[in-house]
Design a protein around this ligand. Sequence first.
Ligand code: GRF
Length: 189
Amino acid sequence: LNIAVLVSGGGSNFQAIIDKINDGKLPCKIDCVIADRKCYGLERGSSNGIKTYLLDRKELKKNLSKEIDTILEGKVDLIVLAGFLSILDSEFTKKWSKKIINIHPSLLPKFGGPGMYGIKIHQAVIAAGEKESGCTVHYVDAGVDTGEIIYQEKVSVLENDTPETLQKKVLEIEHRLLPQAIMDIAEGN
Ligand code: GRF
């Protein structure tokens, strides 16, 4: 399976994929990493000898999806959004239907949608008094965080959890769940 990874941030999920591949536990090849802004995830790509692209979302605006499509067309079987914050347009998501997956740090459909990203998600979970949270891997469709769910894993929200401790706990399970989902797709499950 040839994959492209799209990032906007620290890229710890991207790193989890790199590590699994290097350990010989994930039968995939990372064709390239694309970022929509300067970020540490891009540096992880270069330091691992992976082709990197920086497509500035502010310059490209409505053309971002098209540019990504031009880079990936005919090259990859799967696009993995690993902390990618731009919204891909519906032409792109239609064309790549069932070939884009995203990881989201909540139990979707709860705490998803436009504006729900980063620490805000975990703040909202705690403010709502939820007893559990977790992460979701899903296919990407034209909506935001609405595509078909592939996997979910839960963590308990404890009395003394803060948005920060919850974020850390969820991120740890993300690092397992995302490579697992890619593995299942690679194996055709
Ligand atoms: C993760 O929580 C992911 O679920 C969300 O953005 C965060 C990215 O973290 N979409 P990282 O860049 O992989 O460290």
